[in-house]
Design a protein around this ligand. Structure first.
Ligand SMILES: Nc1ncnc2c1ncn2[C@@H]1O[C@H](COP(=O)(O)OP(=O)(O)OP(=O)(O)O)[C@@H](O)[C@H]1O
Ligand SMILES: [Mg+2]
Length: 255
């Protein structure tokens, strides 16, 4: 059963067709990977799913609901969270506060509530802290909770960013190049964290350039090329596909 489905999703910027009629589904409970050369439309695709962009054409269905034109905060509320390709951790505040900010979408404390029902607001705050601790534990970062984010090594800041996304308690977590800039040890730690997130019941969609990582972590992979879905299959099928190898050749020569 699919949790999310896109139907011929399309987005262009001027003359560039960034996402060209992409139809795919994300099954409940799976880890779906997405790869593709630079500029093939991966981040735009995630931006379409999360309401940052509205598609020119096509639909996104999440839990049987059409979410195509919903704004970002509504999409977060109904259960989709994401991280960005570039690190967006707040450097000068604590690890715990970073996560509490991520939970904001779930808390909904209105001004009236704060003034008229301070006890309920306090209880929610307490629950938010307890939940944040659960995510820190999942990331093996509990000891770091009071540190300023900037004092964490880079790899741990990336894990913190994922904790912050988890704080809205999503059913679907979208990760845009989570291992960018990581060393191999940090990547292994991230891979283990992702497996624990999956085990906790969250469905995961990962965009990644690092082939070793995505082949090891994803259960199924979609390949984009020039805005189109080029191929879809198991990591083994994708790895051995001549067509997929050829679209990457140009890139490797550039490196
Ligand atoms: N806001 C924008 N305005 C204009 N063009 C854009 C915009 N966002 C993306 N594009 C263009 O759309 C195409 C797809 O970009 P996108 O960022 O989705 O690719 P990507 O697959 O995520 O690439 P990378 O691997 O480098 O992150 C590119 O040609 C890019 O220049
Ligand atoms: Mg991108």
């Amino acid at each position: 059963m699919f949790l999310l489905e896109t139907r011929q999703l399309m987005k262009h910027f001027g003359g560039i067709m960034a996402v060209n009629e992409i139809s795919l589904s994300i099954e409940k409970g799976e880890i779906l990977g997405m790869i593709g050369p630079n500029g093939s439309g991966k981040s735009t695709f995630v931006n379409l799913l999360t309401g940052i962009y509205t598609p020119d054409k096509g639909q996104t269905i999440f839990k049987n609901q059409d979410i195509t034109t919903l704004p970002v905060h509504r999409i977060t509320e109904i259960g989709i969270a994401r991280t960005f390709q570039n690190l967006r951790v707040f450097q000068n505040i604590s690890v715990m506060t970073n996560i509490l900010i991520g939970r904001h979408a779930q808390i909904h404390n209105s001004l009236w509530e704060v003034y008229l029902r301070p006890l309920s607001a306090w209880k929610r705050e307490k629950a938010a802290r307890e939940k944040a601790l659960e995510f820190l534990e999942l990331a093996h970062l509990t000891d770091r909770r009071d540190e300023l984010a900037k004092n964490l090594p880079y790899g741990e800041q990336r894990l913190l960013e994922i904790c912050r996304a988890l704080a809205s308690e999503p059913e679907l977590l979208l990760l845009d190049e989570p291992c960018a800039g990581m060393n191999p040890v940090e990547m292994d730690t991230l891979a283990e964290f992702i497996q624990r997130i999956k085990a906790s019941g969250t469905t995961i969609f990962i965009i990644e350039h690092n082939m070793r990582f995505i082949m090891a972590v994803a259960e199924r992979i979609v390949v984009l090329n020039m805005g189109k879905k080029f191929k879809e299959g198991s990591p083994l099928e994708i790895q051995s596909d001549r067509g997929v190898q050829s679209i990457y050749l140009g890139e490797e020569e550039d490196v």
